[in-house]
Write a protein that binds this ligand. Structure first.
Ligand code: CP
Length: 333
């Protein structure tokens, strides 16, 4: 007979996970603890079928490798089914409303996860509208404002490296050059709003044109003030990297130019020197680590030597996406 699963608390059952700011520090701690337990169980081959016969809908307006596959594999490990829906091949392409999607999918399954990240001003409000009419939890698989599954996995990875007490440690969240496409702003925004709550001093670096949205910037300042941490901004990548414990260097787009990607790309050519290479890693602390949510533009955002080198934690970081998404599903669905 299968062994009984350890009981999970019911405190966040039914709760949406749209931005980390919607969750208290205590609830984020619960997510991290559960992620760690699920990771240990997975590594030791123990069953974690907390959600038998349940369905999570994965509704994508954009491409994905890690998010889609961590949800699909994670749902299987929890005994559930993850059902993929592409916006292009659903009636949303003909204008079906978020309200109707929320009502109908709620009647078929147990959670609705959405990725809608490429148009500033649209994704977050779309998923909040679905959530208003859904009777099951709604998850943000990345929007224009936040990428809460990514930053939860990032915090888990940082704690695995440096321990739970991060007071006095510094993370450099810095823009880097990428010619591939205008990447969403949600990862840096998610990092600057979450990390000051958990002890990290944050330094944000970007060229003058690559400002983040006003509201997440204001929230990051507020969180740093309330939690006794720092939030500084610079236009000098070297300055940000100096003395850092973590360098999180990645590209993002310009809020006003997401509909004119060629213009943004042209402008970015002035800043090809914004790369995380071995010289920049040497500016950081000796034990510093490099992080990136991936996919990375190799040898543009980050050199191969750094990405594949001993200080890189990008693969454990990607691996943790599996366990953090399982924790959110197991606790809320
Ligand atoms: N980091 C991340 O969200 O990866 P995908 O875009 O591949 O899902």
């Amino acid at each position: 007979m299968a062994k009984k699963l350890p009981k999970l608390p019911k405190t966040v059952r039914g709760k949406d996970y749209i931005e980390t700011r919607d969750w208290t520090d205590k609830d984020i701690e619960l997510l991290l603890e559960t992620s760690g337990d699920l990771k240990k169980a997975f590594k030791s081959g123990k069953s974690t079928r907390y959600l038998p016969d349940k369905t999570v809908f994965l509704f994508f307006f954009d491409k994905s490798t890690r998010t889609r596959n961590s949800f699909e594999a994670g749902a299987t490990q929890l005994g559930a089914h993850a059902h993929f829906i592409s916006a292009e091949t659903s009636q949303v392409a003909h204008g079906e409303s978020p309200k109707d999607m929320g009502i109908i999918l709620s009647s078929y399954g147990h959670a609705i996860a959405i990725r809608h990240d490429l148009v500033p001003g649209e994704g977050n409000s779309y998923m909040r509208e679905v959530a208003e009419h859904a009777t099951v939890p709604v998850f943000n698989m990345q929007c224009d404002i936040d990428h809460p599954f990514q930053t939860l996995a990032d915090l888990m990875t940082i704690r695995e490296e440096f321990g739970k007490n991060l007071k006095g440690r510094k993370i450099a969240v810095t823009w880097a050059y990428a010619p591939s496409y205008a990447k969403p702003m949600s990862v840096p925004q998610g990092l600057i709003t979450l990390m000051p709550r958990f002890g990290l001093d944050v330094v944000l670096a970007h060229p003058p044109e690559w400002k983040l949205m006003k509201e997440p910037m204001a929230f990051a300042r507020k969180m740093a003030k309330e939690h006794g941490t720092r939030f500084d901004v610079t236009q000098d990548m070297d300055e940000a990297c100096k003395g850092a414990d973590i360098i999180y260097a990645k590209s993002w787009g310009i809020e006003e130019l997401f509909h004119k990607p060629q213009d943004a790309l042209e402008l970015s050519k002035k800043y090809t020197s914004w790369i995380c290479d071995e010289r920049r890693m040497k500016l950081a602390k000796k034990r510093a680590i490099y992080m990136h949510c991936l996919p990375a533009d190799r040898n543009n955002e980050v050199s191969d030597a750094v990405l594949d080198g001993p200080q890189s934690r990008v693969f454990p970081e990607a691996e943790n996406r599996l366990h953090t998404c399982k924790a959110v599903m197991a606790l809320t669905m």
